[in-house]
Ligand binder design. Structure first.
Ligand code: FAD
Length: 416
C-alpha cells in the first residue's frame, strides 16, 4: 500500500475513533495548566486510569493495523515501512488520543529483546499481547550493587528441572507497579567472568515470591520501585537467549533504551513556545544574555536531534548504531541543563518559593526531575567513557575485570 493510501486509511480510522483537536489557540501566558514536570506525579488511582485509557487506545490501534506499523506480520505487525509509520504519526497528531508513554519501556526495550532472543513459545505468548497492550513489560536490570556496572548483578537464577528459581533484589524499576512481565538479568554461573555468567529471563511480575515496593522521588511522585524476588519460578522456555549469554541480551535492551532516550529532541516545540512566552512576559526578549542562552539552546537541540536521527535511521535500516546513541543521550541531558539554566536565570527566586504566580514555581518540577535523566539509561560519565573508548580510541576503563571468576571479584574494587 502506498504511503498516501495508508495515510488516508489512517484518517478514516482516526475520524471514527478519536476526536479531532480544535485548531490550536495561540499559547497565552497564564492560561491553562502550567505543569511541566518530567516524571509522572500521579496518585496510584490516577495512574491506573491513565493506564486503562492508554491500553484501550493502543488495543484499538493494533486491531485496526496501526498499533505496530513496522512490525512483522507474523506477530501482528503491519509489515510496513518507516515512512508509513511517520505518515500515521503525522495524521494522529491532529487528533486527541490517550498518551502512550507508559509503554515506552515495554514496547521500546523489552519487546524488541523478546523478539530477538526469546523461544518461539515466549514470542507467541508475549509479542502480540504486548503490542496490543494486553500486557505491560518492565526492565529489571539495576540492583543496589549493579547500576553503571550492570555486569555485577547478583540476583541469582538456579536451575530446577525445567524451571529456574530466581532470588535477589532489583531497584529503580520504572513502572513495576503496573507491569505484568519483566525482563530480568540474573547470575547463573558465578565461576565465570562477570560478563559471561549472566542469563536473561521473562518473569511474571505477579508470580508468588515477587514483592514490589515503591520508591518516592524528590519531586513527590513514586515512578520507581524496589523489586524483591524470593525463589520465583520461571519456566526454561521463558529464558532469553542461551544460558550464560545474558550480557548480549542486556546489550540488545540497552541499545534500544539509549536510542529511545536520545531520540527525544530535549524539549517539545510547545516547551519553546512556553519559554518564549515566559521571556516576553518578563520583558526580557531584548536582553542580550537571555537571547544568547535561548539561541544556544535552540541550536544545540537541533544538532542533537540530527545526531539521534542518524542512530535511529541506522537501527531501522538493520545496522548496528554506533556511538551516536551515547552522544545523543549526552546532548539531550546537556540541553535539558541549558533549558533549566535559562528558566532559573529568568525566574530567579520564584523558582524556589511558591508565590502562587502562574508558570513560575511549576518549573521546579522539571528542574528537580532533570538530574534523573543524567543517570537513567547510562550516566553521563559512562557515556563519556563509551565515546572516549570508541570514538577517541582512549584506553579501556580500568574498572572492568573481564577475566576473573565473578565470585572472586570484590565488587567495586576490580582492576584489569
Ligand atoms: C529515571 C530513572 C529510571 C530508571 N529506570 C530503570 C528501570 O526501569 N530499570 C532498571 O533496571 N534501572 C532503572 N534505572 C536505574 C539506572 O539504570 C541506574 O541508576 C544507572 O545505571 C546508574 O546506576 P547507579 O544508580 O547504581 O549508579 P552508579 O553506577 O553507582 O554510579 C554512581 C556514580 O558513579 C559514576 N560512575 C559509575 N561508574 C563509572 C565509571 N566506570 N567511570 C566513571 N564514572 C562512573 C556514575 O556516573 C555516577 O555518577 C533508572 C534510573 C533512573 C534515574
Amino acid at each position: 500500500m502506498s504511503v498516501e493510501d495508508f495515510a488516508s486509511k489512517a484518517r478514516v480510522f482516526l475520524e471514527a475513533n478519536a476526536e479531532r483537536k480544535e485548531v490550536k489557540k495561540k499559547f497565552t501566558w497564564g492560561e491553562g495548566t502550567d505543569n511541566v514536570s518530567m516524571f509522572e506525579e500521579r496518585s496510584r488511582d490516577a495512574e491506573m486510569e491513565m493506564l486503562s485509557k492508554a491500553k484501550e487506545w493502543q488495543g484499538k490501534r493494533f486491531d485496526n493495523g496501526f498499533g505496530w506499523i513496522t512490525g512483522p506480520t507474523e506477530y501482528g505487525g503491519a509489515g510496513l515501512s518507516n515512512a508509513h509509520e511517520r505518515a500515521y504519526n503525522q495524521v494522529e497528531r491532529e487528533y486527541r488520543t490517550a498518551p502512550l508513554g507508559v509503554f515506552q519501556i515495554g514496547l521500546g526495550m523489552v519487546a524488541p529483546t523478546i523478539l530477538a532472543h526469546a523461544s518461539d513459545v515466549a514470542k507467541e505468548k508475549y509479542i502480540r499481547a504486548m503490542w496490543r497492550a494486553d500486557i505491560v513489560g518492565c526492565q529489571l536490570f539495576s540492583e543496589p550493587g549493579a547500576g553503571s556496572d550492570l555486569a555485577s548483578v547478583q540476583a541469582k537464577a538456579e536451575r530446577d528441572g525445567d524451571e529456574w528459581l530466581i532470588t535477589g533484589q532489583k531497584v529503580w524499576t520504572s513502572g513495576a507497579q503496573f507491569s505484568d512481565i519483566g525482563e530480568i538479568i540474573c547470575r547463573t554461573d558465578p565461576s565465570l567472568p562477570k560478563h559471561k555468567g549472566l542469563t536473561g529471563f521473562i518473569v511474571d511480575m505477579r508470580a508468588p515470591g515477587v514483592e514490589i515496593r515503591p520508591l518516592r522521588q524528590m519531586t513527590g511522585g513514586a515512578s520507581f520501585n524496589e523489586v524483591f524476588f524470593n525463589e520465583v519460578r520461571v519456566r526454561d522456555d521463558h529464558r532469553l537467549g542461551e544460558v550464560n549469554n545474558g550480557w548480549n541480551v542486556a546489550l540488545t535492551t540497552l541499545m534500544n533504551e539509549r536510542a529511545s532516550i536520545g531520540s527525544s529532541d530535549g524539549g517539545e516545540n510547545n516547551m519553546y513556545t512556553r519559554l518564549l512566552a515566559m521571556i516576553r512576559h518578563y520583558e526580557l526578549d531584548k536582553d542580550p544574555i537571555v537571547r544568547d542562552m535561548l539561541a544556544d539552546l535552540y541550536i544545540n537541540t537541533r544538532v542533537a536531534g540530527f545526531t539521534s536521527q542518524r542512530a535511529t535511521d541506522k537501527m531501522r535500516a538493520g545496522q548496528l548504531p554506533g556511538p551516536e546513541m551515547s552522544i545523543g543521550k549526552m546532548a539531550l541531558v546537556d540541553n535539558q541543563k541549558r533549558m533549566n539554566d535559562l528558566v532559573a536565570h529568568v525566574l530567579g527566586a520564584k523558582l524556589v518559593v511558591d508565590t502562587g504566580e502562574w508558570g513560575t514555581y511549576a518549573w521546579s518540577q522539571l528542574l528537580l526531575g532533570a538530574p534523573g535523566m543524567r543517570i537513567a539509561g547510562g550516566s553521563d560519565e559512562v557515556m563519556r567513557n563509551i565515546v572516549g573508548e570508541r570514538v577517541l580510541g582512549l584506553p579501556k576503563d580500568v574498572g572492568i575485570d573481564s577475566k576473573s571468576a565473578f565470585r572472586d571479584i570484590k565488587v567495586g574494587t576490580q582492576k584489569d
